[in-house]
Design a binder for this molecule. Structure first.
Ligand code: ASP
Ligand code: MG
Length: 437
């Protein structure tokens, strides 16, 4: 059994929904299909909740009507028989009535999550009824019946596993199971979600819970590329990646895969394959535990980085200084991406600058602080085990004419990161492609 996830653009229009159904019907075996909201819907739902947050109920209801009209168009275009149309119409009407009902209450994050979760409920219902109409035997399983997080907002694996097994054993005859990505219940049993882009995570959690043969992530590009095609011409797909390499790439900018997707798959050793709905026969990218010795795989960039330097003579020959620095970031729940230290200073980078002012004022108690904003992390990923000579030299050599603010190497066996000014990003990506691939 495979878990196959289709993202928002893959179900973004009636035609794309038809394409997914016909693709799914060509697969072997009984698989689980995880579906995102139609592209644009989650954003629209968030616009609605942000109007509610501002107390603007008129605006919220205007936005709900606009979204509802969009779904009316989808219904009239997607279904053929009047019987199917009537059936799905009733469901869509009910979902929108629920949204309108929720929008009557005053704003809370609970209301927000309940509204935002409707996107996936809409898309899975559309796909389910379309599949039924074309003669397939789909089963629609609500993610809220099995997907749950614990007190730490982590997937509650024992619960998910036992619920899924129970649900599967009770299903009658079916060709394929459809369920929602993204949405879940929290430990208090309230509707919650796995954060933006979380459908990849849903697929990987299900794959791990059921020990699936494979988790397939279907998108619009033929796998992970060796550089960012938006900035570099002639990139090519990388056919094999180790879990760790994929995690570095997903975290450092490769948009095709959500970084959280890797961990459950890696822990349970479930291969993840990135595939292209536009070109289903293309090889894509297979992510598993196998490492191609000594090869550089890909380059990725992460924008909007702030570098913070803390200089202190107290650091010289002292211990405990870094602990104090890290405690500041922990206090403000701000993750650190890169770090470089010398005997008298430490530089590190963050991408979430929500609490930057407080962070700086706390750090100033430890030493003098300076900032560089609008920076970019360029990361080179591959089997960069340190005994393999020359990789760091090749990467550095490619960037010889670009000012580099920080370098981080040796943190893992899979990554060298460079921090550069945003103005040099495209040039750096192109130079690395030219010199490394
Ligand atoms: N619909 C959610 C979002 O737009 C989840 C996903 O697409 O993966 O973030
Ligand atoms: Mg996505």
């Amino acid at each position: 059994m495979k878990v196959q996830k289709f993202g928002g653009t893959s179900v973004g229009s009636p035609q794309r929904i038809r394409d997914v159904a016909s693709l799914v019907s060509s697969f072997e075996g009984k698989n689980i299909i995880v579906v995102s909201a139609m592209s644009g819907t989650t954003n629209s739902l968030l616009e609605i909740t942000s109007a509610l947050e501002k107390g603007d109920k008129a605006k919220a209801s205007e936005l709900i009507d606009k979204l509802e009209a969009k779904y009316q168009d989808v219904v009239s275009e997607l279904y053929v028989s009047s019987e199917s149309k009537t059936k799905i119409q009733k469901i869509i009407d009910d979902i929108f009535s629920e949204i309108k009902e929720l929008a009557k209450s005053s704003y809370s994050s609970k209301i927000e999550k309940a509204i935002v979760g409707k996107g996936e409920i809409l898309s899975t219902n559309l796909l389910f009824h379309h599949m039924e109409e074309i003669g397939l035997k789909p089963a629609l399983v609500s993610a809220l019946d099995f997907m749950k997080t614990d007190e730490n907002n982590e997937p509650d694996f024992p619960y998910i596993k036992s619920k899924l097994k129970e649900i599967l054993s009770d299903l009658g005859d079916f060709d394929v199971i459809i369920t929602q990505g993204f949405i879940c219940l929290n430990h208090q049993g309230e509707i919650d979600n796995l954060l933006r882009g979380g459908s990849d995570y849903t697929a990987s959690i299900i794959g791990a819970a059921l020990k699936a043969d494979e988790v397939d992530i279907w998108t619009d590009i033929d796998g992970m590329h060796n550089n960012d095609p938006r900035f570099v011409e002639e990139t090519s797909p990388v056919h094999n990646l180790h879990f760790e390499e994929a995690a570095e790439l997903a975290y450092f900018g490769a948009k095709i895969l959500h970084p959280t997707c890797i961990l459950p798959a890696k822990l349970h050793n479930i291969p993840v394959r990135l595939l292209n709905t536009m070109e289903p026969k293309a090889e894509g990218t297979l992510i598993n535990n196998e490492l191609a010795q000594g090869s550089i795989k890909a380059v990725a960039a992460k924008d909007n980085i702030t570098a913070i330097k803390i200089k202190s003579s107290r650091m010289l020959l002292a211990y405990g200084f870094l602990k104090k620095v890290f405690e500041v970031f922990e206090k403000y729940r701000t993750p650190i991406d890169m770090i470089a230290t010398s005997e008298v200073g430490v530089s590190l980078t963050i991408d979430d600058d929500t609490n930057l002012d407080s962070i700086i004022s706390d750090l100033e108690k430890l030493g003098s602080v300076s900032l560089d904003r609008n920076m970019v992390i360029i990361c080179v990923v591959g089997d960069l085990e340190w005994q393999n000579k020359g990789f760091e030299a090749r990467a550095l050599d490619a960037l010889r004419n670009i000012p580099v603010r920080m370098i981080s190497y040796g943190g893992s066996n899979y990554n060298i990161s460079f921090l550069i000014d945003k103005a040099n990003k495209t040039k750096a990506l192109r130079l690395l492609s030219y010199h490394l691939f």
